[in-house]
Every structure is written in structure tokens, then in C-alpha cells.
Design a protein around this ligand. Structure first.
Ligand code: IPM
Ligand code: MG
Length: 374
């Protein structure tokens, strides 16, 4: 039995999570996936109910679970709440408490959605990049931090970018290991030209490569150049490994190469301890309060996050392949949610609601299963 916690969160979180839960149910019924789910509160909804965006109770549930699947957090409703109690703080605390230092953000261009990208088709066709973002260090968590009042009446805001050897090495190791399963290339990004933490990053990655991963092609790039290269020639990249802040920015940029934020899943992984690895899976899109509750959101990023969970937490790679294939073939049949509808000419595409998209994935799973059995 595998135990997972579903944290639907805010905005469109509950709607997209409901579809992922249906899909998980299908794998229980059809493949003995044996996944038992419980729900928990996180984000603004948790703040409203419990006065905190992540209660000890939810955190404890997540600690005990084999994996966590999260929807989205945040919304304008909580804009005035103190930083430490904001919905986002709940997510950051979950990452920190579970020590989820490696954030995997694939940016894959689906053939059927190639025209959704703002870049030319020939630039993005077949694109398959994996960004490995350090997630529990750097400027997000560095001390000192805060806003202070100066004697002259001015105010001063401070955050600290800080990395230690082991923080760099463990995330770089994840990147090298994953590269071996893919295109065997790692590009490490920092700003070693202006930041000591970047210089250390480059030195540690270089040393790890020389000691253990000579068979993987390693390059280094300044993060600003990487931002530019992602638009100029994204196909040059296989795995990109970078720090927390650059990873936040570069992964948003990379996601847009695919033209569809609503399609992209992610995994946040901790270290393996006694055969178990803490893991949170979530779509990379936000809570989109403007479209929440309308049954029009795209549930595919959350469904694909469940596929990543099958693969990375449960070793169910056949099930993960099947689910990804089902999503591809739904798209190939021109079924779309509003966010990925072609804007000018509908091109034979049919617009589905959130729940109908969930149903379409399940119908596709059924027919793929039947085709296999035949
Ligand atoms: C992300 C988000 C978060 C981050 C926010 C919601 C705190 O942008 O997961 O990329 O900055 O890490
Ligand atoms: Mg972000």
C-alpha cells in the first residue's frame, strides 16, 4: 500500500486536483497501483481555517506519506497577510521541512501543441529540457534577511545568497544522474562573474564532474546568457542545473517555450533515507484566481505530475508511460482546454472543461489498455 497526501490548495487547485485524483483512482482499479489518498490543507485556505498556511498536522501527514501531490497556493485575497503567513510561505515551509532540495522541472514540447509556443516551430520542435533547480537554499532562505529602519529614516531590505559545498554537490549529483538517463549533457548556470556563491557553485560542480561524472558532458553558463540562449537555441540544452532563484526564473522562461504553462508538471525530491525519499509533485502553474471555480482550468499539468509521482516515487514506470501516452493522444485528437486552444483559427480543436478533460484522459487510458490487451 502506498500512502499519498493530496493538498489541493487555493484557486484552481481543487478543480485540477479532482481530475488527478480520478486518474489515480483509475490506476487503482485497473493496475493495482494500490495508492491510498488522504487530503490536507495548505496555503490561503489553510490560513483562513487554521491561521497558518501549513499546520503541524498537515506537515506531519506529509512527513509520514510516501508522496505528496499538490495543486496550487496563493491569491490576491491574502496579499496583505504578513510574509511569514502568506500562502507561499506554506509551500516554502513544506519544501524546507521535507528537505526537498532537488526540483525537477521538465519543459517538453508536445507535437500537437507546437503552435501554442510564441517561438517558431522549427526552434521548439521536439524540445525536451529538464531544469534541476536547487530548492531549499540560496537567497530564498539565506540569513540575514528582513527590512530594517535606518537612523536616517530610510529603510533597508536585505536577503542573503548563500550556498555550501554539500548543498551544491547533492543537487548537481541529481542532475548528472538524470542526464545519464536522457541526453547525457548538463549545463550548470550561475553568475560566477559577479557572485562568490556562483564561483563556489562552478568549482564544486566542476570537481564533482571530474571525480564521478566524466562520462557526462558538462558545460557552464552565466545565468543571464542561459536566459538568452533558451530563446535563441533551446535545443542545445538537455539538463540545466542551477540555484533556487535562477531556477525559479529560468524554469518559467523554459515553460513558455512550450507555450503552455498548463501542461507542465514538476517533482521536488529529498535525499533517499532507508529506501524512502520525500517527494512533492505539483504543476508549475499558479493558483490562477481569475479562472478558479469556473471548470475551465487545464488539469493536465497536475495529471502529468501524478505520472512523475508514479515514476519517481513508486517505480511504476509502465503506468507513468501509459498516462503520458494518454495525455499525448488526447492532444493529438485535438481536445484542448481553454488555455491551449489555438487563438486565431480553431484548427479543428474542441474546447473541453476541466472535468471533461479529466474524462477524456480516462477514456484514452481505457482505449490504450484495451489496445494493449488485444
Ligand atoms: C515556484 C513559485 C514559488 C517560488 C512561489 C509560489 C513561492 O514561483 O514554485 O516557482 O518562487 O519558488
Ligand atoms: Mg516560480
Amino acid at each position: 500500500m502506498k500512502n499519498i497526501v493530496l493538498l489541493p490548495g487555493d484557486g484552481l487547485g481543487p478543480e485540477v486536483m479532482a481530475q488527478a485524483a480520478r486518474v489515480i483512482g483509475w490506476f487503482n482499479d485497473n493496475f493495482d497501483a494500490n495508492i491510498q489518498t488522504t487530503e490536507g490543507d495548505i496555503g490561503g485556505g489553510s490560513y483562513d481555517k487554521h491561521g497558518t498556511p501549513l499546520s503541524d498536522d498537515t506537515l506531519e501527514k506529509c512527513r509520514k506519506a510516501d508522496a505528496v501531490l499538490l495543486g496550487a497556493v496563493g491569491g490576491p485575497k491574502w496579499d496583505k497577510v504578513d510574509y511569514a503567513l502568506r500562502p507561499e510561505a506554506g509551500l516554502l515551509k513544506l519544501r524546507k521541512e521535507l528537505d526537498l532540495f532537488a526540483n525537477l522541472r521538465p519543459a517538453k514540447v508536445f507535437d500537437a501543441l507546437i503552435d501554442a509556443s510564441t517561438l517558431k516551430p522549427e526552434v521548439v520542435k521536439g524540445l525536451d529540457i529538464l531544469i534541476v533547480r536547487e530548492l531549499t537554499g540560496g537567497v530564498y532562505f539565506g540569513e540575514p534577511r528582513g527590512i530594517e529602519k535606518l537612523p536616517n529614516g530610510e529603510r533597508r531590505g536585505v536577503n542573503t545568497q548563500v550556498y555550501t559545498t554539500h548543498e551544491i554537490v547533492r543537487v548537481a549529483r541529481v542532475a548528472f544522474e538524470l542526464a545519464k538517463l536522457r541526453g547525457n549533457k548538463v549545463c550548470s548556470c550561475e553568475k560566477a562573474n559577479v557572485m562568490e556563491s556562483g564561483k563556489l557553485w562552478r568549482e564544486e560542480v566542476t570537481a564533482l564532474h571530474a571525480a564521478e561524472y566524466k562520462d557526462v558532458a558538462l558545460s557552464h553558463m552565466y545565468a543571464d546568457n542561459c536566459a538568452m540562449q533558451l530563446l535563441r537555441n533551446p535545443a542545445q540544452f538537455d539538463v540545466i542545473v542551477t540555484d533556487n532563484l535562477f531556477g525559479d526564473i529560468l524554469s518559467d522562461e523554459a515553460s513558455m517555450l512550450t507555450g503552455s504553462l498548463g501542461m507542465l508538471p514538476s517533482a521536488s525530491l529529498g535525499a533517499e533515507k532507508n529506501g524512502k525519499r520525500a517527494a512533492v509533485y505539483e504543476p508549475i502553474h499558479g493558483s490562477a484566481p481569475d479562472i478558479a471555480g469556473k471548470n475551465i482550468a487545464n488539469p493536465l499539468a497536475t495529471i502529468l505530475s501524478a505520472a512523475m509521482m508514479f515514476r519517481y516515487s513508486f517505480n511504476l514506470s509502465k503506468e507513468a508511460d501509459l498516462l503520458e501516452a494518454a495525455v499525448e493522444s488526447v492532444l493529438a485528437k485535438n481536445l484542448r482546454t481553454a488555455d491551449i486552444m489555438p487563438t486565431k483559427d480553431k484548427g479543428g480543436c474542441k474546447q473541453l472543461s476541466t472535468s471533461d478533460m479529466g474524462a477524456a484522459v480516462i477514456a484514452e487510458l481505457e482505449s490504450l489498455k484495451a489496445a494493449k490487451a488485444a
